[in-house]
Design a protein around this ligand. Structure first.
Ligand SMILES: Nc1nc2c(c(=O)[nH]1)N[C@H]1C(S)=C(S)[C@@H](COP(=O)(O)OP(=O)(O)OC[C@H]3O[C@@H](n4cnc5c(=O)[nH]c(N)nc54)[C@H](O)[C@@H]3O)O[C@H]1N2
Ligand SMILES: Nc1nc2c(c(=O)[nH]1)N[C@H]1C(S)=C(S)[C@@H](COP(=O)(O)OP(=O)(O)OC[C@H]3O[C@@H](n4cnc5c(=O)[nH]c(N)nc54)[C@H](O)[C@@H]3O)O[C@H]1N2
Ligand code: SF4
Ligand SMILES: [Mo]
Length: 715
């Protein structure tokens, strides 16, 4: 069947009553190509077909992607604005909801100043929407407090890339070259579960003899098929990278010419990694020295290699250092800027790349411009039609906005496309903050745990009810198409924000009739910036299967491979990272003797507010659990299915035990896709990376106790 579909083209097989709308999945950064099946007469969404001619994913989709269409017309959709009255939500008209927002936003700003309002954004939205969220905060509300959920996701990768390479584009090469790579060094990425459709590229390469090295405290499905599995202790990536670089230098695997010509800090790096012998590295990481040596030889000898990492290495208080060091491994081998080689982070959310470039971050303006750069402020002010002196300054990071709520600086918040009541660390503090707010507005299409705290919930549209663009994990700008009219009274986020802007007296800056008009403004706003989209148009995207930024003019071909000649730093050279290993923010102690790490399963997406509503996905994985090694479990007389109480310095929770030998004996893993008493973020640490302000979701110290169902009930 598959062969047939590929050969004949799926369009020939479609039912005459249906049409196919070509778009991309709404979930992860792979942005798999798909066609959504729509009934011609009723306009209803009836199914999905993978897109075999999409070059990046070639007809592959994962269980989340094939069921995503079921969320579009789901019975739980919020169809009208909701206003909380006496603790209960009641449906209201848009006029009523907007009146209430206007009244409260104006009252709070009159009493406490402009910065009393805050915006918390997200990057499951198109570039157009993400861009508008930044403009909305700064122009419509005039506040400096804006940040977004990418702070919990891509900020360490961004910080590391900016430091070493000068430009933060998640992948320095197109995914379609990966089949020609000889070696993949993958750190802290559970690729098979989190970017499942990219696995085909590694298989193709492996069929040609490519080698795979995986660094992860767990034996993930990817680690299981690796040539070397470096089963490191959580929080020790910087030691591992330094240890590998020690061997690259000692064994003569460094591309000296490349390093001399294109990199700074080589002598300093040599001095730093001198002490990271395999034995010393093994002591810190817990990985056997022979494995470290084997990995260094395989990696060092491969003519074309790619170093890849994801949140395992990044969601740490040393995340930026880890990214810089892993990137330096690729630099020492002279791999960046060449065919089928380089460095890549697995971008998380659908628009995790584009959404971080256009001004949702507290310190950035569109085009990856710094808000502290007077020239950037002047330029963007001219596009937005405001005076440069009216541009608010930098704000604070996502988690730190909650500090400002606790201090009383921030009094009201508008959450757009995020569910921090599940996904932020140290949740009791977050919940207390949400309760403390004078006024909370949430845009969502399903009532999220965060929306439950809100005073007003505004019904947003899903990705299938509006057009726009996203930027996939390669840096390729692609098109999202409108599949059906908005359900009920739902509106696209850009329309909602424009309406509120109108109420705040800033309507003239938000006169848009379509997403396309916003994209044209974004193109101009990004012009001349690091993430330059000026040359990208909807027509070009359609014609060329997406366009890679930077693309400064319409006759520029786009940039599939980054840094061919020079890096994005002022002197054009890459900065090798010279960083020692330092322990994580919270290490095991006598009282909390084990590591707790958190992450994902293939069946759920992030806070789970979408995937927990899809029956098939819910059935596959209904609740979270504590994954641990049988030897660790036996210390507490725990068997599979028993209840265990996990306690960290912040809080405790009870979960079912799931035994597996595919994890270190000192580490417990819990997936994080559930809310309230099932949210593992009650336990996680809010220790932040000093540069990226990324919370340390991947490492904290935990205590285990066996409990019985009876004891739990009694509590
Ligand atoms: N199924 C599914 N897919 C998704 C998502 C989802 O929610 N569900 N979310 C998307 C998003 S937004 C993101 S950010 C990505 C995340 O994609 P990944 O980063 O691949 O996923 P995680 O499960 O967070 O963590 C990856 C691995 O890090 C390991 N790890 C833990 N601690 C450490 C450490 O100290 N060092 C190292 N080297 N490894 C460590 C964990 O054991 C885990 O296997 O996935 C995207 N795709
Ligand atoms: N313990 C632990 N915590 C983590 C992580 C971890 O590994 N461990 N990972 C972190 C990472 S990498 C991430 S990315 C964050 C994600 O954390 P969140 O930002 O909470 O992620 P989502 O669940 O995608 O939340 C998006 C919300 O917006 C809604 N939504 C989706 N699309 C749209 C849209 O177009 N418009 C509007 N208005 N709403 C929309 C969804 O229904 C959902 O309620 O979680 C972080 N938290
Ligand atoms: S969740 Fe990611 S891998 Fe799965 S279908 Fe969607 S875009 Fe593809
Ligand atoms: Mo993420």
């Amino acid at each position: 069947m598959t062969q047939y579909l590929v050969k004949e083209g799926v369009k020939n097989l479609i039912h005459p009553d249906e049409q196919l709308i070509t778009t991309h999945c709404c979930y992860c950064g792979m942005q798999c190509g798909m066609h959504i099946r729509v009934h011609k007469k009723t306009g209803k969404v009836v199914g999905v077909e993978p897109r075999y001619d999409w070059p990046v994913t070639r007809g592959k989709m994962c269980p989340k992607g094939v069921t995503a269409y079921q969320t579009i017309e789901h019975k739980d959709r919020i169809l009208r604005p909701l206003i909380k009255k006496n603790g209960k939500f009641v449906e209201a008209s848009w006029e009523e909801a907007l009146d209430l927002i206007e009244k409260n936003f104006k009252r709070i700003q009159a009493e406490y100043g402009k910065d009393a309002l805050a915006v918390f954004g997200g990057v499951s939205m198109t570039n157009e929407k993400c861009y508008l969220v930044g403009k909305y905060a700064r122009v419509a509300l005039g506040t400096r407090f804006i940040d977004y959920n990418g702070r919990f996701c891509m900020s360490s990768a961004a910080g590391g890339f900016l430091k070493t390479l000068g430009i933060d584009r998640g992948s320095t090469l197109p995914w379609t070259e990966l089949e020609h790579t000889d070696c993949f060094f993958m750190a802290g990425t559970n690729t098979a579960e989190c970017h499942p459709t990219s696995i085909q590229w590694f298989w193709r390469a492996k069929d040609k003899g490519a080698k795979l090295i995986v660094a992860d405290p767990r034996e993930t499905p990817t680690a299981r098929v690796a040539d070397v599995h470096l089963d490191l202790k959580p929080g020790t990536d910087s030691a591992l990278a330094n240890g590998i670089m020690h061997l690259l230098i000692k064994e003569g695997y460094v591309d000296e010419e490349y390093v001399n010509e294109r990199c700074n800090n080589y002598e300093e790096l040599k001095a730093m990694v001198e002490k990271f012998t395999p034995e010393y590295t093994a002591k810190i990481t817990g990985v056997a020295p022979e494995k470290i040596v084997k990995a260094a030889h395989i990696y060092g000898r491969s003519p074309r290699s790619v170093v890849m990492f994801a949140r395992g290495a990044e969601q740490q208080s040393k995340g930026v250092d880890n990214v810089s060091l892993y990137t330096s491994m690729a630099l020492l081998r002279g791999q960046i800027g060449k065919f089928a080689s380089g460095v890549a982070t697995f971008t998380g959310q659908g628009n995790g790349q584009g959404g971080r470039e256009h001004g949702q971050k507290s310190d950035l303006l569109p085009g990856y411009r710094k808000i502290t750069d007077p020239e950037a402020v002047k330029y963007i002010s001219s596009i937005w039609g405001i005076k440069p002196e009216d541009m608010p300054g930098p704000g604070v990071s996502a988690y730190e906005m909650f500090d400002e709520i606790h201090k009383g600086t921030i009094r009201a918040m508008h959450v757009i496309c995020s569910n921090p009541a599940v996904s932020a660390p140290n949740l009791e503090y977050i919940w207390e903050g949400l309760r403390k707010l004078d006024f909370l507005v949430v845009n969502d299409f399903f009532l999220s745990e965060t929306a439950e705290f809100a005073d007003v919930v505004l019904p947003a549209t899903t990705w299938a009810e509006d057009e726009g663009t996203t930027t996939n994990l390669e840096g390729r700008v692609i098109r999202i198409r409108k599949v059906r009219e908005p359900l009920g009274e739902a509106k696209p986020d850009w329309m909602i924000l424009s309406k509120i802007a109108e109420r705040m007296g800033k309507g003239k800056h938000f006169q848009y009739n379509s997403a396309r008009e916003i994209f044209d403004e974004l193109r101009l706003a990004s012009k001349g910036g690091k993430a330059d989209y000026y040359g990208i148009t909807y027509e070009r995207i359609d014609k060329e299967d997406g366009v890679f930024w930077p693309c400064p003019s319409e006759d520029h071909p786009g940039t599939p491979t980054m840094f061919k000649e020079k890096f994005g730093t002022p002197d054009g050279k890459a900065n090798l990272a010279v960083v020692d290993w330092e322990p994580a923010g919270e290490e095991p102690t006598e009282e909390y003797p084990h590591y707790l790490t958190t992450g994902r399963v293939v069946f759920h997406y992030l806070s789970g507010n979408q995937t927990r509503r899809v029956d098939f996905l819910k059935e596959q994985c209904p609740v979270p659990y504590a994954e641990m090694h049988p030897e660790l479990a036996s210390q507490y007389r725990l068997s599979n299915g028993d209840l265990v109480k996990l306690t960290t310095k912040r809080s405790s929770m009870v979960l079912e035990v799931r035994l597996t030998k595919a994890i270190r004996k000192d580490t417990v893993f819990v997936p994080y896709h559930w809310g309230k008493e099932l949210a593992v973020n009650q336990l996680t640490s809010a220790c932040l990376d000093p540069v990226s302000r990324m919370p340390e979701f991947k490492v904290c110290a935990v205590k285990l106790e066996k409990v019985s169902a009876k004891e739990v009930k009694a509590q």
